[in-house]
Write a protein that binds this ligand. Structure first.
Ligand code: SF4
Ligand code: SF4
Length: 202
């Protein structure tokens, strides 16, 4: 009798186990095939600092950074270095020649973003930029957009994963809304200046 109870109990436990498996067969999958697939991050997620670029007009693809040094001063771990040169746009004084950010030191505190009055940098949704060489984490975010993306691609090359930039809502807002607004305002100002300089017809 004891032997029979033991067999029935084992069979019952097997059915309970299979029941759990069966229940999960019809639930929505939560496993993500990383790095090919990535989960949608919360809007407020803070990833790597990313340089923003003009997207409209003559100076399109130039960095929005005017080398004001506000982010350099506010950074609690002094991990930003900015060098400058004359801005090719005559309405602006300076442009960042090199914007170097040491990601080994960066705390992802967001203070530099808050200090920037030019929407030149954002906290992106990129979270897995990694290198085998510590020196390579001294990333140079320069005025050329392609070079900036190449840096992230290099990281993926080293770690064997394809680079898939994830656009944060702030990046999208700057590119789609703020840049357009700024560009239109600049055009208006240029037109007003041109009208001022045009001698009145008598
Ligand atoms: S996120 Fe913080 S630590 Fe990183 S560069 Fe900006 S201010 Fe410095
Ligand atoms: S990123 Fe912004 S705060 Fe930093 S130097 Fe450039 S313009 Fe100034």
């Amino acid at each position: 009798m004891k032997y029979l109870i033991s067999i029935l109990s084992g069979f019952w436990n097997l059915l309970v186990g299979l029941g759990v498996t069966f229940k999960y067969m019809f639930k929505t999958k939560t496993t993500v095939e990383y790095p090919e697939d990535r989960k949608q991050l919360a809007d407020r997620y803070i990833g790597y600092v990313k340089m923003m670029y003009e997207t409209e007009g003559e100076f399109s693809s130039y960095t929005k950074c005017v080398a004001c040094m506000a982010c350099v001063v506010v950074c609690p771990v002094s991990c930003i270095q900015v060098t400058n040169e004359k801005h090719p746009d005559p309405t602006k004084k300076r442009i960042a020649k090199e914007f170097i950010l040491d990601y080994v030191k960066c705390e992802f505190c967001n203070l530099c973003i808050e200090a920037c009055n030019f929407d030149a940098i954002v906290m992106s949704h990129d979270y897995d930029v990694s290198m085998y060489d510590r020196a390579a984490m001294d990333m140079i975010l320069v005025k050329d957009m392609k070079h900036n993306n190449d840096l992230y691609e290099e990281s993926r090359r080293q770690t064997g994963a394809e680079y898939k930039p994830i656009i944060s809502p702030r990046e999208r807002e700057i590119v789609e809304v703020i840049n357009k607004k700024e560009y239109e305002e600049r055009l208006k100002k240029a037109a007003a200046k041109a009208a001022e300089n045009t001698p009145a017809q008598s």
